[in-house]
Structures are given as C-alpha cells and as structure tokens.
Design a binder for this molecule. Sequence first.
Ligand SMILES: Cc1cc2nc3c(=O)[nH]c(=O)nc-3n(C[C@H](O)[C@H](O)[C@H](O)COP(=O)(O)O)c2cc1C
Length: 114
Amino acid sequence: MQVGTAYLCSHEATTSPLHRAALQSPEGRHTALTRLFSGRPARGIVNRLMRELGPLNPAAPAFPLATAGIAPLRAAAEAKGLSDFTPLWSGQNAATARSLSAADITQEMVTAWR
Ligand SMILES: Cc1cc2nc3c(=O)[nH]c(=O)nc-3n(C[C@H](O)[C@H](O)[C@H](O)COP(=O)(O)O)c2cc1C
C-alpha cells in the first residue's frame, strides 16, 4: 500500500502555498498525466500550461530538460501568485489532502480502514 497525496498538505510537508491551494480547491478534482514539467509522465492538477499545450504534448523537451525549460515562465507566474506553469503533483484523491499533522492523517486513515 502506498499513500502520497493525502500527506501533501500536512504540517510537515514542504508543499508550497500555491500547490496547497490547488489541492484544496475544486481544481484538485481534475488531474491528468503530463510530460510538460519534467519530460516524463506524472500526474498533476490540470493548469493553464496543461490545458493550452495538451498534457502529453510530444514537443515537450526530453527528461530532464523540461524542468529548466519551463523555469523562467514558472518563476514569473509564481511571483504573481499564479500556478499556471507550476507542477501541481497530485493523485486522483486531492480531497484527502488535509491540513493536519502527518500523525493525525495517519490515525484518521487507520480509523477509517477499521
Ligand atoms: C509529490 C509526489 C511525488 C511523486 N513522485 C513519484 C515518483 O517520482 N515516481 C513514482 O513512481 N511515483 C511518484 N509519485 C506517485 C506515488 O507513487 C503515489 O502518490 C502513490 O502511488 C500513492 O498514491 P496517492 O498519491 O493517490 O495516495 C509521487 C507522488 C507525489 C504526491
């Protein structure tokens, strides 16, 4: 069993405020596999870059060049508080990403499974 997304908004996580906001907004329900941010497929919340280029656009630079390629746009957008060019990694269960301690998140999962 692996659990990832449920901890992304935990107190201990280093997830950015923009990423946390996306996870906890209605946008978090819409994810897709994308190559745009690293050059390899990973699942993230659909944002402007993914919508406008298509998440698996073959023109994306190969791994690991895509990360550096998008960096200037990402930095400029993030400086304005926009996550349009930011990788918003998430599984298909962003609603489980709650702002609690990792211990409390774990305890709630254990309780729910019992
Ligand atoms: C921030 C983040 C980074 C991840 N990085 C990888 C990765 O490098 N390789 C991989 O196979 N899965 C990666 N995953 C996916 C995890 O394997 C996945 O979260 C796990 O299967 C649990 O699924 P869940 O996030 O829906 O709980 C990542 C997930 C997150 C949230």
